[in-house]
Write a protein that binds this ligand. Structure first.
Ligand code: PMP
Length: 416
């Protein structure tokens, strides 16, 4: 009998049969509050009726139209609708199937546009598992170790993580920018550097928001040296942080924006957006794939955007995020082991440390498992897996947030 590969290590024993909103159900009818949203993918909740209807209708009309040969209407409509949400000036889009593929597309475009080979990424960044994306990832050695030789030409510079350094945000940002200048001076000369790749909030790296000054510092150096600034909004986009883009919190201005996850409510779809001038540098045929911009996924993305707008989900993310953060902070206030509750909107992490102040992944894992026993599904993140994160669908209600905060309080009482 065939079995799943052991690389798929499951953190909880839950086998879901169906989902609705923020709820998942197993075969026994047991309900779980899903505060993972499939790593933030089911932005409109599980099986939102409008997304289901749009996908079902599209399945009956056309499932696949290979975009290098046959264009299809959902793709043309989606690209048109994206202009409602894309940052000004980024009005050309290219579509792929996953975050990693979109990161690769951004890398190719950056190299094509600048004629330079290197990229600079930041400590704790996660950009995917394909070999190029993993080469640009430093949120944990499990993504890199044993896969050498990784792609050459990647330098890693510090991300402003005040908790890690034990400094203020200002000190940490000043340090990170100084180190970036050092990197540009010693390891990756500006005229060899195609792009900076950065997340507005470290996702897999532990839910650490960047700072306005840091992203402004990247913009300044990018402009000065003709380097492109790539914002990886795979995890932070589509309302997740309480604004449409994570970069909006920091007034960040990207040359290339990368998005996936929440874009199509669970259907595989990702995109990059850039200016016309930049996209013109990519020659036809240099990007693309068999399944890119699948018609059903595009129809689901259009419906996702409708739902986000009609149900004011970005606003809900901000309001419910504030409520959730307060509830989690109340739990942390009673326990020294939870040293930080941080994040933006519905992207909130709880960091665990032991009595010596070291990152404590084993307590975080215990909390995740105990929460699942109580019907609350959560994920961990951080280089030591020391952060338990809450990322429910953007449709989460006030009552569901209260319920999750209550289950978390019970979980922590049992674990600590
Ligand atoms: N970038 C970021 C910021 C991510 O969080 C992820 C996925 N966790 C990726 C890229 C890769 O996306 P995918 O898993 O769809 O390849």
């Amino acid at each position: 009998m065939a079995q799943l590969s052991p690389v798929l290590k499951q953190a909880t024993p839950v086998v879901a049969t169906h989902g609705e909103g923020v709820n998942l159900y197993d075969a026994d009818g047991r309900r779980y509050l899903d505060f993972t949203a499939g790593i933030g993918v089911t932005s409109t909740g599980h099986c939102h009726p409008k997304v289901v209807a749009a996908a079902q209708e599209q399945v009956g009309k056309l499932i696949h139209g290979q975009y290098t040969t046959v264009m299809h209407q959902p793709l043309l409509t989606l690209v048109d609708r994206l202009s409602e949400v894309l940052p000004q000036g980024l009005d050309r889009a290219f579509f792929a199937n996953s975050g990693s593929e979109a990161i690769e597309a951004a890398l190719r475009l950056a190299r094509q546009a600048t004629g330079r080979s290197n990229v600079i990424v930041f400590h704790g960044g996660f950009h995917g598992r394909t070999v190029a994306a993993a080469s640009m990832t430093s949120s944990g050695t499990k993504f890199r170790s044993g896969f050498s030789p990784l792609m050459a030409g990647v330098q890693v510079s510090p991300f402003p993580d005040p908790g890690h350094f034990g400094w203020s945000q200002e000190e940490t940002t000043a340090f990170a920018l100084k180190q970036l200048d050092y990197t540009l001076q010693t390891l990756s000369a500006p005229n060899d550097t195609a792009a900076f790749f950065v997340e507005p909030v470290l996702g897999e790296g532990g839910y650490v928001p960047a700072s306005t000054e840091f992203l402004a510092g990247l913009r300044e150096r990018a402009d000065k040296h003709g380097i492109l600034l790539v914002l990886d909004e795979v995890q932070t986009g589509w309302g997740r942080t309480g604004k449409f883009w994570g970069g909006d919190h920091f007034d960040a201005k990207a040359d290339i924006l990368v998005t996936a996850k929440g874009l199509a409510s669970g259907f595989p779809l990702s995109a990059i957006a850039a200016s016309n001038a930049l996209m013109e540098k990519a020659w036809p045929g240099s990007q693309g794939g068999t399944y890119g911009a699948n018609a059903v996924a595009c129809a689901a993305a259009i419906a996702t955007l409708d739902v986000i707008q009609e149900e004011k989900l970005v606003e809900n993310s901000a309001a419910r995020g504030a409520q959730l953060k307060e509830g989690l902070q109340q739990v942390a206030d009673k326990h020294d082991e939870i040293v930080d509750v941080r994040g933006l909107g519905l992207m909130i992490g709880n960091e665990f440390r032991d009595a010596d102040g070291n990152p404590d992944g084993s307590t975080a894992a215990k909390a995740q498992q105990e929460a699942a026993k109580r019907g609350l599904l959560l994920l961990t993140c951080g280089a030591w897996s020391q952060v338990v994160r809450f990322i429910p669908a953007l449709v989460v209600s006030e009552q569901e947030v209260d319920e999750a905060a209550g289950l978390w309080a019970e979980t922590i009482d049992a674990v600590l």
